[in-house]
Design a protein around this ligand. Structure first.
Ligand code: PMP
Length: 447
């Protein structure tokens, strides 16, 4: 309509250029796996707002819980008084934590803020300064979070200096390590742990190292699951040196990978865990979970924030937890993930497509397919190996083809990678539709 066109013109002129936007349209209505836009198109949404609307757009129980809370208390302010949903949320989260030891909660608004809080907790508890993070890791755009973000330069370009005291170890992702694609996982993990030991010997001594921060599935860095052996190796070193192991479950948490938290696939128990995104199905809410023994070292007032743990957002999160439990969301995630990987592997095995595919990977509904960067010699073990800037070849072109065919989809990392991160409520029919659209887009691009 002309009213929408006029609004879009305001967007084009007056919304900061600092934002990237996939489509210059207004999302008018979201319902489950679908969203309707101002150009009249109804699109299959395989982005879920970057892994946020995990129960689908506007899940009726979540939206209703939020609306009802709106009529009771919208803002109680966490430093002034408790509100009911804050405490009910803790009650819901305690039984699904990866371990009983994780029993102390603090809620904030965004994933970045949760990371800032996690770093503060690690520094306060250990009375040490330095943080070791992963190459390819993404933790947010505030200053502390940017300092531990190593997935792309675009986030911090031109705005240094960042928070100091951050060190980087490699993550076991063959491409980023410059190793052949068929390098055995044990070798990748061994290399990374060796480099971690060198960081602790050559760069920041254990006595100066407050924490090691890792995503159990590298998210913005390419959807690469951390092998259990790596997480165990990090845990061992944290135990040995009294270093805090911080696991960032902002993207991988809340059933996304087929378990409530991705760290559970490894059996490793972190000291601090950050949560957000799927936690509240679109309401701004994040959290830091730790042990009471650790957070008892914090001074009252050192944590907080005007909007931290907002009552409406917490009420939504309580409903999310209830729906996930009652509908056995984990079963659907695992069934739909199997359907997705079968579809992607079938496509990748097609002799016409195979030369363009490097890898299908992921965990649960955090799935990705990496393509060969155009111009690469696809016959070498190191195909696709170039120092890239960001994907600007085949992956974004396929994503654009998907959008033209009616499906929203995202790329990830600096390599030519497409990611699949639909709502966890995705049905068998919707998943089949996504695989069909994606396969058609790939065939069209490669033909
Ligand atoms: N950590 C991870 C693993 C993330 O994926 C993100 C967001 N993509 C963040 C932190 C930052 O969260 P937010 O955008 O809510 O600040």
């Amino acid at each position: 309509s002309s009213a929408h066109a006029a609004l879009e013109a305001i967007g084009d002129t007056h919304v900061t250029r600092g934002l990237f936007r996939m489509i210059p349209r207004i999302m008018l209505k979201g319902e489950g796996l679908y969203a309707t836009f101002s150009d009249g198109r109804r699109m299959l949404d395989f982005t879920s707002g970057i892994g946020v609307t995990s129960l689908g757009h506007c899940h009726p129980r979540v939206s209703r819980a939020a609306a009802e809370q709106c009529m009771k208390v919208v803002h109680a302010q966490c430093s002034i008084a408790y509100h009911e949903p804050y405490l009910q949320l803790i009650e819901r989260l305690l039984p699904i934590m990866p371990d009983k030891s994780l029993d102390s909660f603090f809620f904030w608004n965004s994933g970045s803020e949760a990371i800032e809080a996690a770093i503060k907790i690690a520094r306060t508890y250990t009375r040490r300064q330095n943080i070791i993070c992963m190459q390819g890791g993404y933790h947010g755009r505030t200053y502390g979070a940017m300092a531990v973000t190593r997935s792309k330069t675009i986030y911090s370009q031109g705005v240094f200096p960042l928070m100091s005291g951050t060190y980087v170890m490699p993550f076991p992702y063959w491409h980023q390590m410059g190793l052949p694609r068929d390098t055995p996982e044990e070798v990748l993990v061994e290399q990374c742990l060796y480099q971690l030991d060198l960081v602790l010997t050559q760069q920041t001594s254990p006595q100066d190292t407050a924490g090691i921060l890792i995503e159990p599935v590298l998210g913005e860095g390419g959807y690469v699951p951390a092998p259990a052996a790596l997480l165990k190796g990090i845990r061992e070193r944290c135990d040995k040196y009294g270093t805090i192991m911080i696991v960032d479950e902002v993207q991988s948490g809340f059933a996304r990978t087929g378990k409530y938290f991705a760290i559970e696939h490894s059996g490793v128990v972190p000291d601090v865990m950050t949560i957000a995104k799927g936690l509240a199905n679109g309401f701004p809410l994040s959290g830091v979970v730790s042990r009471k023994e650790i957070t008892d070292k914090l001074s009252p007032g050192s944590m907080g924030g005007t909007y931290a743990g907002n009552a409406v957002a917490c009420a939504a999160a309580v409903a999310v937890a209830d729906v996930m439990r009652e509908t056995d969301i984990l079963s659907n995630v695992n069934a739909r993930a199997e359907q997705l990987y079968t579809g992607l592997n079938t496509l990748a095995a097609d002799p016409a497509i195979a030369p363009y595919v490097l890898e299908v990977r992921g965990k649960g509904l955090m799935a990705a397919i990496e393509f060969v960067r155009s111009g690469d010699d696809s016959d070498t073990a190191l195909k696709g190996m170039q120092v890239p800037n960001s994907p600007k070849g085949i992956a974004p072109r396929i994503a654009i083809r998907c959008i033209k065919k009616g499906m929203l989809i995202l790329t990830t990392s600096v390599y030519e990678t497409i990611r699949f991160i639909p709502a966890l409520t995705v049905s068998e029919v919707e998943m089949a539709e996504a695989i069909e659209i994606f396969s058609a887009a790939v065939r069209e691009e490669i033909a």
